[in-house]
Design a protein around this ligand. Structure first.
Ligand code: SF4
Length: 481
């Protein structure tokens, strides 16, 4: 039974969100980072939870099968996709840690026990698989992962620290990462820290090393500040302001050139003018140019330059059964790419077979086209898996799905922490009690609240529909700024 409360103006306090600026004190973190990993299992209400980092979301079909086997044998038979393109196993038994670690080792999914939680790397999932010109961010991810795991210093990063490697389309650059590499059309790569839109430019060959150096520089400033900051945006202002300059200085000390020599004008389609060879001029600030605004991959077929088709599919509420997961692994001809939007890219499908494979995946319950009412709908774990949850949000979200589709992404949360909520504009449906929710639109300069039905002292069956309609209306709320 559902009911919507009158909307309020909830303050987003996702665990990955920074506290309001005014609330930042010298020490923003009083305790260590308890972020779960593949070895450090979290005790949830439905059993142990393991979070496996997948740099760039990459997973060979054999590794995917190994994960399905682990979920089936040790967990609850499901795999959850996270908002960072990682995978979680839930419902694990209290004594299965050693067997899980052994299985992951054997599959090549645990290259470093000391660094397993800091391998948080997202990358543009369609890079090289669609017609857009793109940088090889999957190569950067592999190189950065190797550098991270080889750096004793990097082991001190928080499990929440995020790298985003954007091939130039602007999709993962919008995810609010701590270090972002953004490929430019002139062939250079901008190294950004936190919300800075400016940053030094380096060559693609130096980009992974520059990203690691930026992260290590953050650690130095975080330690100097005594703040215990886990993320760049948590640095006290006086230290945060100095980060970009410190990164530039670190790059120079490491012999990484930050002066990029642009292609000669007219040497390539779409080439942007830049400082001429030998000009010696320092590139201007990136803030002078608008960011590319790439969209996350929509569900459906994507023609690839090599003549094959990549299939983009999404998981309902971010959760797959082992049977669905195995179907994806079987269909792929190359590494799967788990996306930060709770989808999977299946590469290398023969064009003649693509339609039939998509049909099979749709019949199995996966989202294969943007018109699906499940597209854009997310939910946290909620009850019964999370002790903090005030409602069974997954059941409530599923019950509301049939009442509308399209519009803004919507995320259902069991409490005000809003775990895994999307970036940008989104509809925030947050439980305030059993079957009671606040609904608002987040991500605007001014959050827009929607009109929901009045609370009822006794819940009525038709309120279920009223809540679903209120959510559907919020998803199509026009921008009023
Ligand atoms: S109820 Fe949901 S939002 Fe709240 S802590 Fe649990 S998983 Fe996170």
């Amino acid at each position: 039974m559902l009911a919507a409360m009158p909307p309020t103006s909830p303050t987003p306090v996702n665990r990955d969100e920074a506290p309001p600026r005014a609330a930042v004190r010298k020490s923003v973190r009083e305790r260590g980072d308890a972020c779960p990993g593949a070895l450090r299992l979290h005790a949830a209400d439905d059993g142990r939870l393991a979070r496996l980092r997948l740099p760039a979301g990459l997973l060979t079909p054999r590794q995917a099968q190994a994960l399905a086997d682990a979920a089936e044998r040790l967990g609850d038979g499901h795999l959850d996709l996270t908002s960072r393109g990682n995978v979680q196993l839930r419902g694990l038994g209290g004594s299965c840690g050693a067997e899980l670690a052994e299985r992951l080792h054997e599959a090549g999914l645990l290259p470093s026990e000391t660094h397993e939680r800091v391998r948080n790397i997202v990358a543009s999932p369609l890079a090289g698989l669609d017609e857009l010109p793109s940088a090889d961010v999957q190569l950067w991810a592999r190189e950065l992962d190797g550098l991270l795991c080889a750096s004793a210093r990097a082991a001190a990063l928080s499990g929440r620290f995020l790298f985003a490697l954007d091939d130039g389309r602007g999709d993962v650059a919008a995810l609010g990462a701590d270090v972002t590499l953004l490929a430019r059309r002139d062939g250079s790569v901008v190294v950004r820290t936190g919300a800075n839109r400016s940053g030094p430019r380096v060559t693609p060959e130096d980009a992974p090393r520059a990203a690691l150096l930026a992260a290590e520089t953050f650690l130095t400033l975080a330690e100097a500040s005594g703040s215990g900051a886990w993320r760049v945006r948590e640095l006290p202002a006086e230290h945060g302001r100095g980060l970009e300059a410190a990164v530039r200085a670190g790059l120079a000390d490491a012999g990484i050139a930050t002066e990029y020599v642009a292609e000669a004008p007219g040497s390539g389609a779409g080439a942007e003018p830049g400082p001429g060879p030998g000009s010696g001029s320092e590139p201007g600030p990136e803030a002078s140019k608008p960011d590319p605004e790439g969209e996350p991959p929509l569900p459906g077929p994507v023609p690839s330059p090599d003549g094959t088709v990549a299939l983009s599919v999404h998981a309902r509420l971010g959760r797959l059964t082992v049977a669905q997961w195995r179907l994806l692994a079987t269909a792929a001809n190359g590494p799967l790419r788990v996306t930060p939007w709770r989808g999977v890219i299946v590469p290398g499908v023969a064009p003649a077979a693509a339609g039939a494979v998509l049909d099979r995946l749709r019949t199995a319950g996966l989202i294969t086209n943007p018109g699906s009412p499940w597209h854009g709908v997310g939910a946290c774990t909620g009850r019964p898996g999370c002790a903090k949850a005030l409602a069974d949000v997954r059941s409530d979200a599923a019950a509301a799905v049939s009442r509308g589709s399209g519009g803004l992404p919507v995320h259902w949360s069991g409490c005000a922490r809003r775990c895994g909520h999307p970036q940008g504009r989104w509809v925030d449906v947050v439980a305030t009690g059993e079957g009671r929710y606040d609904i608002s639109v987040q991500g605007d300069a001014r959050p827009i609240t929607t009109t929901g039905p009045e609370p009822e002292p006794e819940l009525k069956p038709e309120l279920e529909l009223e809540l679903a309609d209120a959510v559907a209306a919020a998803r199509t709320t026009p921008l009023t700024r």
